[in-house]
Ligand binder design. Structure first.
Ligand code: FES
Length: 99
């Protein structure tokens, strides 16, 4: 659905794991940008109805990009830059405490 404007642009790559699957993201990607580049169709589901949500505003306003990063839930994917070996998980429903 999404494609990079400059697919061959220079820049380093880092490997992130999205729901356990490796993906080569750019060092300049936010987690949300990496999710979109990886063709993830959603990054969370709502706590009440389970409706899928995906990054929308890309600037920290809508909170539709919440994911679990390295085991910590409710992280705004659009405000966090990827790093090598980062584990990103689709957040299903509400965040659990102490997990
Ligand atoms: S995409 Fe809207 S807060 Fe992250």
């Amino acid at each position: 659905m999404f494609k990079r404007l400059q697919p061959d642009a220079a820049g380093g790559a880092v490997t992130v794991f999205i729901d356990g699957k490796p993906f080569a993201a750019r060092t300049t990607d936010s987690v949300a940008a990496a999710l979109l580049a990886a063709d993830a169709d959603h990054c969370r589901t709502t706590p009440v109805s389970g409706a899928p949500r995906a990054p929308y505003c890309m600037m920290g306003v809508c909170f539709d990009c919440l994911v679990a990063i390295d085991g910590v839930g409710n992280r705004q994917a659009c405000l966090i830059r990827v790093s090598e070996g980062m584990r990103v998980e689709i957040q299903r429903g509400k965040r659990t405490l102490g997990a």
